[in-house]
Design a binder for this molecule. Structure first.
Ligand code: GUN
Length: 299
């Protein structure tokens, strides 16, 4: 039976370090880290994510600002808000929640966020820094940074000699995750929907990272015995056993099956999920330190 990696506990320890760093920055310089979260439209799941981000920012002692814009917001309105936040010295981190409503184009919005305030790490400046091996001067995308922290809890900082497979190639997760594993010396395969014999490729992984968005797709026979399995999926599925119309969250990995084969595995919920918010707070306090001319902490 695999070790179950406790993302809640790991996230709580990051949050505690972030809160301490925020308090000492404010004491030393008077600068309070400021995080602005922007949400457009009425998607209930996105609203739930955003309110937990805003709440956690307050808990860390930040100046937490939430901008909830109506569904019919124009591209111009959104760009105007981002420009105002870029120019606001009290704001050190800007996050525009994705996905945006269909009539809006996310890419120009993301690219217009000042790279120094891009706490999502999605700007090409920050994405490019990871791609060129600079993991110190930019901001790293929160979910891969959090997943990597969990991998390092199991394997340490040096993944030399280990095969890592990432399923999924998104800009938000798969690509930066592959690059972070590579920077830690793993031998990395980026698998995706067009990969031939996906199960066979996954079976070669000492570290298997699933980010496909398909409920319980990764089965026991995809997992190498003793492998570390990191499940980034958050899928809501019907749970008639809990009552009519009830649902539950499951990952991209069939946890019951895979945990019988893996050496270590993240649960859903309670694995990578809590790490995303924790690393967002970490990025915000890092950005605030840099803005105040102070050496930023490491997490
Ligand atoms: N939607 C789902 N995850 C994320 C995230 O990490 N950042 C943003 N901006 N939107 C998301």
């Amino acid at each position: 039976m695999a070790v179950v990696i406790d993302g809640k506990e790991a996230a709580a320890s990051v949050i505690s370090a972030v809160s301490e760093a925020a308090a000492s920055l404010e004491k030393a310089t008077g600068v309070k880290p400021g995080l602005a979260v922007v949400i457009v439209g009425n998607d209930p799941a996105s609203h739930a994510y955003v309110s937990s981000k805003s709440k956690m920012a307050k808990q860390c002692g930040f100046n937490s600002v939430q901008h909830s814009l109506p569904e019919d917001t124009t591209q111009g309105d959104l760009q105007t808000l981002v420009s105002a936040l870029n120019a606001d010295p009290a704001i050190h981190g800007i996050l525009v929640q994705l996905p945006l409503p269909k009539h809006l184009d996310a890419d120009p919005v993301i690219q217009s966020i000042s790279p120094q305030k891009d706490v999502d790490g999605l700007n090409t400046v920050n994405a490019g820094k990871i791609a060129t091996g600079d993991l110190t001067s930019g901001l790293i995308s929160c979910t891969p940074a959090g997943a990597m922290l969990l991998v390092k809890r199991i394997h340490g900082d040096d993944l030399s000699g280990l095969n890592a497979v990432v399923i999924g190639r998104s800009n938000l997760f798969g690509k930066p995750m592959g690059l972070l594993l590579l920077a830690a010396n793993a031998t990395v395969t980026m698998a995706h929907s067009k990969t031939r014999d996906l199960a066979g490729v996954c079976r070669g992984a000492d570290i298997l990272v699933a980010a496909v968005g398909r409920a319980q797709m990764v089965k026991a026979d995809w997992v190498k015995p003793g492998a570390t399995v990191i499940d980034v999926g958050i899928n809501r599925v019907p749970a008639p056993d809990k009552g009519e119309g009830k649902t539950r969250l499951v990952g991209d990995v069939d946890f019951t099956q895979a945990s019988a084969v893996a050496g270590a595995i993240t649960p859903v919920p309670g694995g990578v999920g809590p790490m995303t918010i924790a690393m967002l707070m970490a990025n915000t306090v890092i950005a605030a330190h840099r803005a105040a001319g102070q050496t930023a902490p490491n997490f």
